[in-house]
Ligand binder design. Structure first.
Ligand SMILES: [Zn+2]
Length: 239
């Protein structure tokens, strides 16, 4: 297995570790293509992969819906009969309700990615919970993915009761403008396997890398007999 490291991985991790050991671990998770198993223990109740004997993968798209980008993703997915999961930002859903409806009408899943893409480490507990619940008014889902992968223990405990936390085992790093698009593509092609949950972004920032990598990912794995499925909502009760 080939692992592509971010070019600034070592200096970044060293600097962050000197500043804050706990913060460095989270940064480390976020910029690693494939988070190691022991780091996944930080969020033990989360889903990092959906193990399967079958050739199944789970594409996920964060930060939409966005005009001119999300519709292109939907068309590409349809071309390959692929389903995916969209972790939407509440305010983007309010701004683009027809694109949000199109995601659902085309058979994909949606998940909550907060209303304002809030970083749980930069706002207090009450604010992040309000932001998550505000998003839940416009995003009908019990799936949740934290912006930047960041949560506090108290927020994690709150989410555990009401939501299924969906993380990833492969991050394409399409959002990283320092990476070229071929590296983004090989991050996924070289590392994804049965049951992988792959992070991509239907955002303006990631669009160039993502729209280069996505059709090639779909073609590569479809030719190998893989099927792309949406992550299903859980039956966790909503209070
Ligand atoms: Zn995000």
């Amino acid at each position: 297995m080939k692992v592509n490291f971010h070019p600034f991985l070592l200096p970044l991790v060293t600097l962050q570790f000197l500043l804050s050991p706990l913060f460095s671990i989270v940064v480390y998770i976020y910029i690693m293509v494939k988070p190691p198993k022991y780091l996944q223990l930080l969020y033990p109740s989360a889903t990092w992969r959906i193990p399967s004997q079958d050739k199944v993968m789970y594409l996920t798209f964060d930060d939409g819906p966005i005009p001119n980008i999300t519709p292109k993703v939907l068309d590409l997915l349809e071309e390959y009969k692929a389903k995916a999961t969209f972790f939407c930002i509440g305010e983007n859903v309010l701004d683009n309700p027809s694109i949000y409806s199109d995601i659902i009408n085309r058979g994909h899943s949606v998940g909550n990615h907060t209303f304002h893409h809030k970083n749980a480490w930069k706002v207090n507990y009450e604010d992040i919970i309000l932001d998550i619940e505000k998003a839940s008014k416009v995003i009908d889902s019990t799936l949740f993915r934290p912006p930047y992968g960041k949560l506090t223990p108290r927020t994690l405990w709150y989410l555990h009761k009401k939501y299924q936390l969906i993380m990833w085992d492969i991050i394409s790093c399409d959002f990283d403008i320092l990476l070229n698009k071929e590296t983004v593509l090989s991050n996924v092609l070289d590392n994804a396997t049965n049951g992988s949950i792959i992070v991509m972004h239907d955002s303006l920032k990631a669009s160039e890398n993502m729209l280069y990598a996505l059709p090639r990912i779909l073609e590569h794995f479809t030719n190998q007999g893989f099927v792309f499925k949406a992550i299903q909502k859980t039956t966790k009760p909503r209070n």
